[in-house]
Design a protein around this ligand. Structure first.
Ligand code: GLY
Length: 385
C-alpha cells in the first residue's frame, strides 16, 4: 500500500525545541510511513524547515484549503513555504460538509492533473476535517498515492481528523462511506490559528475532546470541568491557548496509542475513538449535515451515557457527569430525531458486520468498552436514549 521511497528523509531531521513532537509509529506493521506530529503555537512559521529535510526544494507542493482558511492564512503559509520550496500550487474548496463529495474528489484529481503533480509531489491539506478528509482521499488515490501532509486549522481536526490517516467522502447512503487509510507524513498543528475560530468551531472541537476524556482519561475529564466556565473564549487569551495546546497534545497522544495498536481499525481497539459517533453520524446524516459533526457527536455521547446507565453498564453519576460536561461546553444533549429515523442510518454504519453493529459504551469516566449488538438489540437500546 505504501511507497517506501516517499518517506525516506534526505538527511537527519531537525529538532524543534519549542514545539511538541510525537511520532505515530507503524513500523511494526511493515508500513514505512509513520507520521511526525508537531504541535505548538506559531509552528506554521517553521513548516518549511520541518519539511525541508524530507523533500527537495523543487518538490511540487499542492495546498488544498477552503475559502475561510485561505483568506486568513494562505498567504502567510505560502510565504513561509517559498523560503525552501519553489513550486507551489493550490486548490480552494468551498466550506462545509457537502464538500466531502465524489464531485469534489473528481475536481481535485483534475486539478492535480492540470497542475502536473507527479508521484514525487506532496499534497498539503490546510484546513479542518472536511479539507483533510477530502484532500487525503485525493492524495491517496491520485497516481495510486502521493505524499500527504496535514496542517489542521480547527480544534476538531487537530485532536482527531488530521491524525491517524483516515480519509473519506460522504455518499448519499451516509457519512464517510467511501475512503482510504493514508497516513500523512507530517501533521503540523499550529494552535495559534485557533484564535480566529468561531465559538461554534471551538465547541465542536470540545465534543471530540470530551469524548477522549470519557473514553480514556479521567484526569483530562477533571481538567475540562475545571476550565468549563471559560467556555468558548478559551482560545482567545494567551494563558488559555497554552492550556488548549496541552489538551491537543493529550488527545493526540490518546489517539496515537490506539492507532498504533490498530491502524486499520480491524481489531476492536481504534474503534473506541468512535464513542458517541455511532449515533452522532446517524444524527448528522439525518440532518442532511445541517447539524455540525461536533454537536452530533456530543448528542451521541450523551445518548450512549443514558443507554449505558439504564442497562446498568455505568452509574447514574457517570451518565450525569457526561451530560454536565457536554452542557458546560455549550453543546447539545438531545437528538432532534426519532429512533426509527436514526435506525435507518445506523444500518449503513461502517462499524456494522453482517448482522450486528459494534457500539462503544462508557463504563465510567475514563473507561469504555466495545460491544457487538444485533440490530434488534440496537432498536431496543436506542429507545432508552
Ligand atoms: N476518527 C476516528 C478514527 O480516526 O479512527
Amino acid at each position: 500500500m505504501l511507497d517506501s521511497l516517499q518517506h525516506t528523509p534526505k538527511h537527519k531531521m531537525r529538532t524543534y525545541m519549542t514545539y511538541s513532537k510525537l511520532s505515530l509509529d507503524l513500523s511494526k506493521y511493515q508500513l514505512e510511513n509513520s507520521s511526525e506530529i508537531i504541535i505548538g503555537k506559531d509552528v506554521l512559521a517553521e513548516s518549511a524547515n520541518i519539511l525541508a529535510p524530507w523533500m527537495d526544494s523543487d518538490t511540487h507542493l499542492h495546498i488544498v484549503s477552503d475559502t475561510t482558511v485561505s483568506k486568513l492564512y494562505l498567504n502567510r503559509l505560502k510565504a513561509v513555504l517559498y523560503r525552501n520550496f519553489s513550486n507551489i500550487s493550490q486548490t480552494i474548496l468551498p466550506c462545509g460538509e457537502h464538500t466531502k463529495s465524489p464531485e469534489t474528489l473528481q475536481m481535485l484529481w483534475s486539478d492535480f492533473a492540470q497542475n502536473e503533480l507527479t508521484r514525487n509531489s506532496c499534497v498539503i491539506s490546510f484546513g479542518g476535517g472536511v479539507v483533510s478528509d477530502t484532500a487525503g482521499f485525493a492524495a491517496s488515490t491520485y497516481l495510486r498515492g502521493i505524499r500527504y501532509v496535514t496542517m489542521p486549522t480547527t480544534l476538531l481536526s487537530m485532536v482527531d481528523a488530521s491524525v491517524g490517516g483516515k480519509t473519506a467522502i460522504n455518499l448519499a447512503s451516509g457519512k464517510n462511506q467511501a475512503g482510504t487509510f493514508w497516513q500523512p507524513s507530517f501533521v503540523i498543528a499550529d494552535t495559534s490559528l485557533l484564535q480566529t475560530l468561531s465559538a461554534q468551531d471551538i465547541e465542536e472541537g470540545f465534543a471530540e475532546i470530551i469524548k477522549c476524556a470519557v473514553m480514556a482519561d479521567k484526569t483530562l475529564f477533571s481538567q475540562l470541568l475545571d476550565h468549563a466556565p471559560l467556555g468558548s473564549n478559551l482560545a482567545i487569551h494567551e494563558k488559555n491557548l497554552d492550556w488548549l495546546t496541552n489538551i491537543v497534545i493529550t488527545c493526540v497522544n490518546i489517539k496515537k496509542t490506539l492507532v498504533e495498536q490498530d491502524p486499520f481499525d480491524m481489531h476492536g481497539v481504534r474503534i473506541r475513538l468512535n464513542l458517541g459517533h455511532t449515533f452522532g453520524h446517524a444524527i448528522e446524516a439525518a440532518s442532511n449535515y445541517t447539524l455540525p459533526h461536533g454537536h452530533s457527536v456530543a448528542i451521541g455521547l450523551c445518548m450512549m451515557g443514558r443507554i449505558s446507565q439504564k442497562k446498568g453498564w455505568c452509574s447514574k453519576e457517570t451518565a450525569d457527569a457526561i451530560e454536565n460536561c457536554v452542557r458546560a461546553y455549550n453543546l447539545p444533549t438531545e437528538s432532534p430525531y426519532q429512533s426509527e429515523e436514526l435506525l435507518a442510518y445506523l444500518k449503513r454504519d461502517k462499524k456494522r458486520t453482517d448482522h450486528a453493529l459494534n457500539i462503544i459504551v462508557p463504563k465510567s469516566i475514563g473507561t469504555s468498552s466495545v460491544m457487538s449488538v444485533s440490530f434488534e438489540t440496537l432498536s431496543d437500546l436506542i429507545k432508552l436514549a
